[in-house]
Design a protein around this ligand. Sequence first.
Ligand SMILES: [Zn+2]
Ligand SMILES: [Zn+2]
Length: 277
Amino acid sequence: MNLLRRPVRDEEPVLPPAPPPPASTLATDFGDQWCSFRGCGQKTGLACGYVDRHERACPTAWCPQHRYISNDAVYCPTHGRFLDGTHDEFRRTVHVDIGNVVPMVLAWIVQEVDAEVAAEMTELAAWWHQALVIDPVRFTLVGVQRVRTWERAWKVCDELGPTLRLAVVIEEAEPGVAEARIQSKTVLRLPIPWHENHGFGEWPGSPEQAKAAVASFRGRLLAVLLDGVASWQHEHSASPGSHVTGGGAAGPEPDGGGLDVASATWHVRSVRPGAGG
Ligand SMILES: [Zn+2]
Ligand SMILES: [Zn+2]
């Protein structure tokens, strides 16, 4: 305030900037909490406004860049998307509840590996003239058992559907274990390490051990996911740009494990436009 109290010329009054309409300030308002986004050092976070049916508030906070605004409130990306109903086919059956930490833990895991996985998948999609589709963290009921599952998927899709699908998954019945799935097949199961962003699991005893556990978890998860990309590429790379035609006998079997992830049907490429490049 004092800085503004210098004499000013009459014809040039110092006016505060006109406030934007109230509905829009949430996108830019500064809070005073550390942003929960991985690697974001901003201490301008506003708390996620989600409160569950037991009146527990979501423990995360988000800077202007990383927050999600919906209906005039700030949310973390996970809760914001749920409330916005991007999961409409499940909205009636899913009750996101803070006591259920699974979606939050999964959102944290995704932050840990998203940049690298998305970069690889983007490159793959460009190379094969396909589209990259990134699903948000969402709830699905898998298989005839309707296993309650939370997942986040990265997909490279052609006109028939995903040709490569990577996912990180947590089943509600086993909230301490993260799975990496490639084409709906589980390729890795890992215990989820404690991290301050989600607070789930055992505190490992010291900050150094916590850091090491997260680094190991992240490294292993990333390795299998990127390996999935590399293997797929290897299998299909005989002649990039002139796609394999025919049945693709060497390809993995869709739904071999009887999994029935909603909207996750995928197809071994069969028909291609001449994508020779
Ligand atoms: Zn941030
Ligand atoms: Zn939240």
